[in-house]
Design a protein around this ligand. Sequence first.
Ligand code: AMP
Ligand code: ZN
Length: 481
Amino acid sequence: MKLYSTLDRSVVEIKPLVKDRISIYSCGPTVYYRMHIGNIRAYVSFDVLHRAFLYLGHNVKRVMNLTDVGHMTNDTDFGEDKIEESASSEGVEPIEIADRYIRTVLEDFSKMNILSPSGKNIDSKLDISRVKEYGFLRATEYVDKMIEMIQEIEKNGYTYETEQAVYFDVSKMSDYTIFTGQALDEKEEGVRDEVNVDLGKRHPADFVLWMKRVDRYENHSMYWNSPWGDGFPGWHIECSAMSIDALGNEFDIHTGGIDHIPIHHPNERAQNIGAMKNPVVSYWIHNEWLVVGDNIKMSKSEGSLVVLDDILNMGFDVLDLRYLFVSVNYHIKINFSKEALEGARNSRMALVSKLRKLRKETNGSGNILLDYKQWFEECLNDSLNISKGFALINEMIKSNEKPEDVLTTIYDFDKVLSLDLEASVEMQGLDVPEDILKLVEKREEARKSKDFELADLLRDKIGDRGYVVVDTSTGFNIEKI
Ligand code: AMP
Ligand code: ZN
């Protein structure tokens, strides 16, 4: 498979360390709030990657962390711990916050057909004490591994200690800025204030491996014993320690959002080299943003949050959102709007109604059309080119192949898309009648060829039958009057 690799700055052929086996670590959620659909976009992107590898016959070993300690507000070293801050504002223990939001992660993953990292389907009622069996690793269960790794980094001479913390000394890592290509001095800007908090911190880009329970963290409620005194781990060491523990000293792919390119992932890579003397990860793959309005990243701090329940309250199906996410490559920005979601719903409904039509023409069970399967595999191998995959589906529907074979093949593709196509086709009651769909199609053709008189006539005919076509910027909606 070819994918865009951030460090290579180009699309490269992914060569697994072991043939037909692929190991993936995915940076997961910090569990102190309900995920917004920007977060969900990230997880759907890599769900498609996961499913594509399975479809292509690889044995996938994948894990994802659940950050329940150590992630500071604003990605700085000396902010508030996100979980502790949330716990103290609600007057509960940090573990309650983490447990509560792990439950919501499972619910959202389950609703969105996102496979668990281990590859099992997630039941939204899954007992959270069993998440590890599903490939979700809780940071608080790996603090001993993190301490061991920091000791190793220390032994290899990459650390220094102050009154407040143990730091990774980035000046010891010659290619520390490999991800961004920035000079270290240019990187200083965003983190400059940190040196004022700990006067012993040597360089603004140095980062905390272990934070001591002193000064402003004197009353930090989550803490562990360590060779450097009581305290808690920095956020970055979590991913290095857990990925290596679960996947070994070398693994294939590390995923995360593009926000991790300037800080989190360079720090992880530096830690890996500091402890293991090699970068550990072969390919770093990053998903682009979900943005809203004027190119504004959806984020907790921006206040423009949409969560899955909002999508349902707007009258959409979660599968409409999945369709939108699946149809845009992980490496391309998605501009989220009601119109974009309507466009996705229309495309999904149009696909389902075409499949229903085929379903009526089937004669017994079908076989997978191997040529089409091979072409679909080529689309996946071509940097997950799902839009080409959809074009292939449409081509197949229009072809002279047997309807039962076409359906069987499309349901096979749906192992990757996971749009519940078969269930939607079989579902009763949702249908817009066939003749209305035909009229709508004709009206669309008339509009496209600028025959507005005919288009209006057809609109009136549709209206007489109790339906209305609502034009949107990305297409149209068919609604019952
Ligand atoms: P967090 O819980 O803030 O660490 O975020 C979890 C994941 O969601 C990270 O991998 C982020 O890169 C990703 N993420 C956050 N906001 C967005 C967004 N607007 N679009 C796409 N991915 C996002
Ligand atoms: Zn991470």
